[in-house]
Design a protein around this ligand. Structure first.
Ligand SMILES: Cc1cc2nc3c(=O)[nH]c(=O)nc-3n(C[C@H](O)[C@H](O)[C@H](O)COP(=O)(O)OP(=O)(O)OC[C@H]3O[C@@H](n4cnc5c(N)ncnc54)[C@H](O)[C@@H]3O)c2cc1C
Length: 411
């Protein structure tokens, strides 16, 4: 069976690519192959079902990887503009995060599906369309799946990365491309919790604290974020941690999270406060020492970790040194990173097909008829709508460029 353009993957970037290809060249046949029973399954889960589809602050610090993502994004419509043209009302919150006015990810998926239908994009979904091999040739490519072999003049790989395999993405196409000689940047979960030594988290499970968290490697301060820090029995989590997770790729085995759990106070102010509490609460047990600052569980955790004595002893017995060490722990609680959370709890993939394998038009440098877009490429954005914006922009560019090339070749 022959199609002019085949797109592997009916996720965010694949649907954007399909719309863009068909708009560029309506006369070409454009087919999306999606291994799940319907397109856009992951999209429905984005932004906790609200779909944080973009961010108004697109800047280079928000993107990581070997591709100049911002250059590609700035050359395309923003998510707001793109969906605005489809009749979708959006709004941005105080941090620039863009959502559909309906606060429902289904609005975004519906808009894309309707646009595909209007334009005549063919969507083939289900296990029969799970692509298991790619054979790029001189003037096109052949992809194979249970339904058979399909040949095309232009192939767009939009099959995502490894994150969230429950939504159909397990890195298959990255592996197929790697087997064809594509270079990959080291792959690890991103926009994800980070693992630490569980013994450091005893007593913190379920605790959420507003604070400042930094990623450090030795003496090097890599990045600092503020927000709600969440603890489980083995991970440190929360959006502020998600935004640091990509650093694991480069600093594996050398990465530490350092939390300032009371950014409102300087170390000096906090030390003075603790000295005054020793006087005021002298007859109370140690477990009450920090309860004026934190809820009971984190307060007890911090005193135990800093002072390490039975919590029943009187606050009056605390030495100056112990008070200083408690103040220092509150300002600099360290959690060495021992690993990444599993792919199931990651929202994105750090690494993927290296930027050196594609040109500025997202065309493969190895095979002229192949274009790449979305999470499969070595680009990862921060939490806040950046990853979907990359998916829309890279998909749109890949779709347009592939269609122009196929159209030009057909003349
Ligand atoms: C829970 C969750 C919440 C998120 N929330 C946000 C958010 O609010 N804002 C944001 O910016 N980002 C968010 N993200 C990230 C965002 O969803 C992704 O960056 C984006 O979907 C990537 O788009 P993509 O098209 O590259 O890949 P995907 O959307 O993952 O689509 C790839 C598609 O390819 C299909 N596929 C894979 N292999 C094959 C194959 N061999 N054959 C056929 N089909 C195949 C998959 O089934 C899938 O449908 C979230 C991610 C998760 C998991």
């Amino acid at each position: 069976m022959y199609k002019d353009i085949i797109i592997i993957g009916g996720g965010a970037s694949g649907l954007a690519a399909a719309v863009s290809a068909k708009k560029t060249a309506p006369e070409l046949s454009v087919t999306v192959l999606e291994r799940c029973d319907r397109v856009g399954k992951k999209l429905l889960a984005t932004g906790n079902g609200r779909c944080n589809l973009s961010n108004r602050d697109i800047s280079p610090e928000k993107y990581h990887g070997s591709v100049d993502a911002v250059k590609i994004i700035r050359a395309e419509l923003s998510g707001e503009e793109m969906f605005g043209l489809m009749g979708v009302m959006t709004y941005a919150d105080s941090q620039g995060r863009v959502y559909p006015h309906s606060e429902s990810a289904a609005t975004i998926l519906n808009a894309l599906r309707q646009r595909c239908e209007e334009l005549g994009v063919e969507l083939l979904c289900g296990a029969d369309y799970n692509v298991t091999s790619i054979q790029p040739g001189d003037r096109g490519a052949v992809v194979s799946c249970k339904a058979g072999a399909l040949s095309c003049a232009g192939l767009i790989t939009a099959a995502g990365g490894y994150a969230s395999p429950q939504h159909g993405t397990d890195g298959t196409v990255i592996k197929l491309l790697r087997d064809l000689g594509y270079k990959t940047a080291k792959i690890c979960p991103a926009v994800a919790p980070l693992k630490t030594d569980p013994s450091l988290l005893k007593g913190l499970k379920g605790v959420r604290l507003k604070g400042r968290i930094s990623a450090v490697s030795g003496d090097q301060l890599l990045r600092t974020e503020e927000g709600e820090i969440q603890f489980t029995e083995s991970t440190v989590s929360g959006i502020c941690v998600f935004d640091l997770a990509y650093l694991y790729q480069q600093y594996e085995g050398r990465l530490t999270l350092r939390a300032d759990l009371l950014p409102e106070m300087t170390l000096g102010q906090l030390t003075d406060y603790l000295f005054s509490m020793r006087k005021r609460k002298s007859s109370l047990p140690l477990e009450e020492l920090a309860t004026g600052l934190f809820a009971k569980n984190p307060a007890v955790y911090l005193v135990k970790r800093a002072i390490g004595r039975p919590m029943t002893e009187a606050i009056s017995t605390v030495t100056d040194k112990e008070l200083r060490s408690l103040a220092s722990l509150i300002k600099k609680a360290e959690f060495p990173v021992t690993g990444c959370a599993p792919w199931q709890s990651a929202q994105a993939t750090c690494g993927g097909i290296h930027g050196s394998c594609i040109d500025g038009e997202l065309r493969s440098r190895l095979h002229r008829s192949v274009f790449l877009c979305g999470e499969a490429v070595d680009v990862v954005g921060d939490c806040g709508g950046y990853n979907l914006q990359w998916a829309w922009s890279s998909g749109t560019a890949a779709g347009r460029n592939c269609a122009s090339q196929v159209k030009g070749g057909a003349k």
